[in-house]
Design a protein around this ligand. Structure first.
Ligand SMILES: [Zn+2]
Length: 1016
């Protein structure tokens, strides 16, 4: 019995399963494409994978540290492939190549073949294609190009694909440079993103202008425009209720009638309603739904299962049409409509997601990291040049690890300063590792180039380096820590200094190095004594050096350098000069004359600084800067400079604190000196310096060079005090009498300058609710104001935020220390500290900015050429010498023809030997149309003379990211129509094709041209 009953039970159970399987197995019809005449809902499956934010990039990839955030990109890619294979209509887009490359390296040959098949069939599309989704406010255009090139070239080499669409869905506002350079010039047909100002979005929704043709550059005009779509809900997520991550709480599509909670009609109706509300603000009957969000598709099947059902039942219902799609397909349908689209110019900054929530704090957040990124960016450019001159070493060291680190740190939660502290540390660590390896490349190359002939290079290089390395270990030279220069020269030793100039024109600049001896002199390569100046290193600076050297390196030097030694270096284009420092009284450096002004009682006469054409006048009563006088240009204008701070809002009002992203000031306060600020003046033959201890946490040096016409402000700010319970954001203000009438100019990623009008937006009627934060703009190169007589320019050494809040003024935010999280996800207050064991202090930052006043129309020459020199400073290398004279035969070098120099309006922004021995070469015209009367003109670069020692075999012009030939890109590119007649547009100039015999490259204003050069 027992056995009989058992049998029957088994039979019954089986019966049920068979019946059930037969009855319920459903094939969902996902095959229908676009249906003309219907509202088409393009479902675009995607995962937004931050290349570091709350966790580091590697933690996100492997899925560790899940107590912070459950996220594992490896799971996304692992589960995605079978999900795509299960139905050929399913599609997916993937953006971040830094993650994809990590995964790709681990795959079997079989898996690689499968993935390539999915890519070829269009089921898996690489979108954007850079290593990360870079930020657009705090990034420099050269870094944006480099990181995009790195991703794009990998995709070209491994998959033979060129991404078609820009996908900048999360960055916090969007730059003009993104539109025309990183969009149109890389060959993208469209660009999509989520975050634009909430007022702008409301206006664009109401007049159906979320989708536009964007012309980012006045100079490049319609030649570099791109179809651009801002998402309608202001995020990159699906409509509410359609989230299908395995742990989402949206109602799944339950279509099993045998189970409770069947909801097909309900879900279909919700779908149709959401589609119609989006269609109401969108032109044409095509809308896009971004099906995914941060780190979604960790179990890809839940998303696809629900989307399969939605497509099936929604299309059965028939009111609207749903389909699996990609932004490329969506773009093509928009293009095929052949409608014309509204025109958008300028940019999408600043971004506010609601009232009182302007994301303008991150323009300055983590200024030390931002400074480090900029320094490394300039260094990477140098290291690649030198790697090319001495020959890329197959077995390393190479510049590749620095390339990788720099690429990742351009991410929109990296250089922005909006990541958690441990993640910021991870980025800095990667940069430091990359720097170390590149430093070896640089040291070896310079060592080798100082040999008699470069043919000896490859064999001698290593030996030379070990025997007599021109050490470059001075990344902390800004705080006067540089063991390489701390040689005691009093015992007959000498120090050779190699000064390398990465720019294509000859430069004459002051070089400064810390030294320990007083009686030193400097000789040039010909053995001639040259004028040099010593400035004592002040005590405040020595204390900082010791603390930071110990905190960063775990040690500090035994000897403290006593002086800065300064001399004038003259360096040929793309080359070096060498100088020798030794100790004897003959022709010794001039010790700066030190004068102290204490203002204990009123002094009558003003204090004048500067021995060249530029003079600054400080008040004899309180030491404050009063006047700027340039006897050459006849500019004579009153000028003040001061520090202020904003106290950061706490969360008491509408829960919006000032934080890593958001700048929400609660009143502005001048930094008052704790007592009358004494002023110490150092005068010397090369430059004068004014030292001021503004208060216990701001130290400033104002420098005026004899041969230059700008003022250099060097600042140390920190530790910002917080013991009063308030976070603070420190700004410096430059005040003049220039009547700029609310108008000021800030750069876009270090390239085009855009006009800003206080309390005004070009695209809508601005409701002003944050008169300071809402007028802040990102600055990477500089800002200026002007009136009918003069222009006042400020240039910066890293990304900062700034504005002109009152007429005549420019202000730059230098540092921020805040006590509350601003509720945008990072979940930490921006309160950077630096610790030695248990002793932690608020982070002190050090940096420079530069100010110059010119007669109207004459400022751009300085902004552009000196701006390029700030980006590409001289690189110094040192070597101790025992000999009578130096023990290397080549004392000066230039890669270009000795009688040649690049035109003043052109910079080499890439010179890089690729793995196959070819060279990636980029030239950038530095001026906009109409910016300068002499330099906003077509420029010509003679390649034969740039590569004087090489024979060029072939030159191929490429797209900006060098993943396709320029001609090919131009042929494929969609040409969009703009509403209204555009016939008045000035013809956009472009340099002509490069003649293979003449090899002359023409560049028109703001043009960047990219080449692959093959040498014999
Ligand atoms: Zn993101």
């Amino acid at each position: 019995m027992a056995s009989f009953r058992g049998l029957r039970l088994v039979f019954t159970v089986c019966c049920v399963c068979v019946l059930a399987a037969e009855a319920k197995y459903m094939v969902y019809n996902t095959s229908g494409g676009i249906v003309p005449g219907k509202l088409n809902v393009h479902l675009v499956p995607h995962s937004h994978d931050d290349v570091g934010w709350l966790k580091t990039i590697d933690q996100y990839y492997v899925g560790s540290n899940n107590s912070i955030q459950v996220a594992c990109v490896q799971n996304v890619l692992d589960s995605l492939i079978p999900a795509l294979l299960a139905d050929k209509n399913r599609k997916f887009i993937f953006a971040e190549q830094a993650f994809f490359q990590r995964w790709w390296r681990d795959q079997s040959e079989g898996m690689k073949i499968t993935v390539k098949m999915l890519v070829n069939s269009g089921q898996l599309e690489f979108i954007n294609g850079g290593m990360c989704m870079h930020d657009e406010a705090t990034t420099h255009y050269i870094d944006m190009i480099d990181q995009t090139t790195l991703g794009h070239r990998f995709l070209k080499e491994d998959f033979n694909v060129t991404p078609r669409v820009g996908w900048q869905i999360d960055p916090f506002g969007h730059s003009a440079v993104q539109a025309y350079l990183l969009g149109a010039e890389v060959g993208f047909d469209s660009l999509f993103f989520a975050r634009i100002d909430y007022q702008d979005r409301a206006k664009r929704s109401s007049d159906k202008t979320l989708e536009v043709i964007w012309q980012g550059s006045k100079s490049r005009g319609s030649s570099s425009q791109i179809f651009t779509g801002a998402f309608y809900a202001g995020n990159y997520e699906p409509p509410t209720g359609f989230y299908y991550e395995f742990d989402s709480d949206s109602p799944v599509v339950q279509d099993d009638m045998d189970l409770f909670d069947y909801n097909v009609q309900e879900r279909v109706s919700d779908f149709v309603a959401a589609a119609i509300s989006q269609a109401n603000v969108t032109r044409s009957n095509h809308i896009m739904w971004t099906m995914g969000t941060d780190f979604n598709y960790q179990y890809a099947h839940t998303w696809f299962r629900n989307m399969d059902k939605l497509i099936h039942y929604v299309n059965q219902d028939g009111r609207v049409n749903a389909l699996y799609s990609t932004p490329s397909i969506y773009t093509d349908t928009k293009y095929d409509l052949y409608e014309s689209w509204p025109l958008k110019t300028e940019d999408y900054f600043p971004y506010a997601d609601r009232e009182n929530s302007y994301w303008t704090g991150y323009f300055t957040s983590r200024p030390a990291l931002k400074g480090y990124v900029r320094t490394m960016s300039g260094y990477y450019l140098v290291a690649r040049q030198l790697e090319f001159f001495s020959g890329r070493k197959e077995l390393g060291p190479t510049t590749d690890s620095l390339a990788d680190a720099l690429a990742i740190v351009q991410h929109h939660d990296a250089v922005t300063g909006t990541e958690q502290q441990h993640v910021a540390n991870d980025y800095a660590k990667r940069l430091s590792i990359g720097y170390k390896e590149s430093e070896e490349v640089v040291a070896t190359a310079l060592g080798c180039m100082t040999q008699a002939s470069t043919s000896e290079c490859k064999s001698l290089a290593t030996k030379f380096m070990q025997a007599n390395a021109p050490e470059l270990s001075c990344p902390l030279m800004n705080i006067s820590y540089c063991p390489a220069t701390e040689v005691d020269l009093s015992r007959g030793k000498k120090l050779a200094v190699l000064v390398y100039n990465p720019l294509g024109w000859k430069r004459t600049e002051i070089v400064r190095i810390p030294v320990v001896n007083e009686n030193v002199n400097v000789r040039d390569a010909a053995g001639q004594l040259i004028l040099s100046q010593l400035i004592p290193i002040v005590n405040a600076s020595i204390a900082n050096t010791k603390f930071y050297a110990s905190a960063y390196l775990g040690k500090s030097s035994n000897v403290s350098p006593k002086y800065w030694l300064a001399f004038t270096a003259v360096v040929p284009p793309l080359g070096f000069s060498s100088y020798v420092i030794s100790s004897d009284k003959l022709g010794a450096s001039v010790l700066s004359k030190q004068l102290l002004y204490t203002f204990e009682w009123s002094q009558s006469s003003p204090i004048e600084i500067g021995s060249g054409s530029l003079k600054l006048v400080h008040s004899g009563i309180n030491g404050k800067l009063m006047h700027y006088i340039n006897s050459r240009s006849m500019v004579n204008i009153s000028l003040e400079q001061s520090y202020s701070y904003f106290t950061g809002y706490d969360r008491s009002a509408d829960y919006q604190a000032s934080g890593a992203y958001v700048f929400r000031p609660n009143g502005s306060f001048p930094v008052l000196s704790e007592e009358k600020v004494p002023l110490t003046v150092f005068r010397g033959p090369l430059f004068d310096e004014v030292h001021q201890m503004i208060n216990s946490w701001i130290y400033q040096i104002t420098r005026v060079y004899k041969e230059m016409e700008h003022v250099e402000f060097e600042f140390e700010v920190g530790p910002i005090p917080i013991d009063d319970g308030f976070g603070k954001e420190i700004v410096t203000r430059i005040k003049s009498k220039i009547g700029n009438n609310k108008i000021f100019y800030t750069d876009s990623n270090g390239r085009d300058f855009l006009e800003r009008i206080r309390d005004h937006r070009t695209d809508w009627d601005l409701q002003v609710n944050q008169p300071i934060a809402g007028n802040y703009y990102p600055i990477n190169l500089g800002a200026y104001i002007k009136d009918e007589n003069s222009e006042l320019s400020v240039l910066v050494d890293r990304s900062v935020g700034g504005s002109s809040i009152d007429d005549g003024e420019l202000e730059i935010m230098l540092h921020r220390r805040l006590l509350y999280d601003d509720s945008r996800g990072v979940a930490e207050a921006l309160n950077e500290t630096v610790c030695i064991e248990k002793k932690c202090l608020g982070l002190t930052i050090q940096g420079k900015y530069y100010v110059r006043i010119d007669p109207l129309g004459e400022g751009s020459k300085w902004r552009r050429s000196f701006g390029q020199e700030i980006y590409s400073p001289f690189i110094l290398a040192f070597s101790e010498q025992d000999d009578e004279w130096t023990n290397f035969p080549t004392h000066t070098f230039s890669a270009v023809d000795p009688s040649y120099s690049l035109p003043n309006n052109v910079a080499i922004i890439t010179l890089q030997e690729l793995e196959n021995g070819n060279v990636l070469f980029r030239l950038a015209h530095l001026f906009e149309v109409g910016e300068d009367k002499d330099l906003s003109v077509m420029a010509t670069v003679d390649l034969k003379r740039v590569f004087a020692n090489k024979k060029i075999n072939k030159v191929k012009e490429m797209s900006l990211s060098a993943n396709q030939e320029r001609d090919e890109m131009e042929k494929k590119r969609l040409s969009w129509k703009v509403e209204g007649s555009n016939t008045n547009e000035r013809k956009v100039l472009r340099g002509g094709p490069v003649d293979p015999v003449k090899l002359a490259v023409e560049l028109s204003p703001m043009e960047i041209r990219t080449f692959i050069i093959e040498f014999n």
